[in-house]
Write a protein that binds this ligand. Structure first.
Ligand code: PGA
Length: 250
């Protein structure tokens, strides 16, 4: 366990508790800054968080109407409507369930005809709106954050990346291997994450336990992309459930 690093680790018993915790952070963030710039991840881990946030929005306890929302990633060449598109998934699971203003919803331009240029424009837009206030991230079994796979540079920004076979297989399992997973994706980079004012990594389940142990207890390394987030110091927090934390020795 690093002694001088100031980031935080919170272990809660269940994913439900992790989701409540993060929902409260989102709620407080929007209360203190109604036009906050936020990023929420795809994956199965945030689904209970989305349920809480949409229920609170329906009750008028949280207002997304002034929020600038940015997505993290999608498969290259998809335009956001395909069934295996993460953008499509995010619309169904979160965006369309709260009162986000479509003009303030910004989606990783994975289907652009010039993806590299579109990626640079995406980063510029993040700067133009004042940078990211709150970035919530999941973690892959191989330690990826968004689609920053092992080997990703901490200087990386939104760009086109190749997916590992492991990540493609994990993704294909979502659709019972019925839908193809493209070999490349567009993703925000580690530098985009490190610049956020608050970064929360959520982890749930035994399948994340080894990656979480390496993220928390081993030296910071690009081999474990999530560990690079420790460079953000006290702006970085990990919130894990008991299963994900089960291999931690501290
Ligand atoms: P999961 O995905 O929440 O579905 O486990 C997380 C990730 O791979 O980033």
């Amino acid at each position: 366990m690093p002694g001088v690093e100031a980031w935080n680790l919170t272990v809660l018993p269940t994913l439900a508790a992790v989701s409540d915790y993060v929902a409260n952070v989102v709620t407080e963030t929007l209360r203190s800054k109604p036009d906050a710039v936020i990023v929420l991840p795809t994956g199965s881990t945030p689904l209970p968080l989305f349920d809480i946030l949409s229920a609170r929005a329906a009750r008028g306890e949280i207002d997304f109407s002034h929020v600038q929302f940015f997505s993290l990633d999608d498969y290259l060449g998809l335009n956001g409507t395909e069934p295996n598109s993460l953008t499509n998934w995010l619309r169904n699971e979160f965006i369309n369930r709260v009162n986000l203003d479509p003009a303030r919803v910004h989606l990783a331009p994975a289907g652009a005809s010039d993806p590299e240029r579109a990626a640079r424009d995406y980063d510029q837009l993040i700067s133009q709106v004042g940078g990211i206030d709150l970035m919530v991230l999941g973690i892959g079994g191989n330690g990826h954050v968004a689609f920053n796979e092992p080997g990703a540079s901490e200087a990386s920004r939104t760009r086109v990346v190749s997916l590992t076979p492991e990540t493609q297989a994990q993704a294909a399992a979502y659709w019972h291997n019925e839908l193809d997973i493209p070999p490349q994706a567009m993703t925000m980079g580690i530098a985009n994450m490190l610049e956020a004012r608050r970064i929360i990594l959520i982890a749930s389940g035994y399948s994340k336990a080894d990656a979480l142990r390496r993220t928390v207890e081993e030296p910071i390394s690009a081999d474990m992309p999530a560990s690079l987030l420790r460079h953000a110091g006290d702006r970085f927090e990990i919130v894990a459930d008991g299963e994900a934390a089960s291999q931690l020795t501290v």
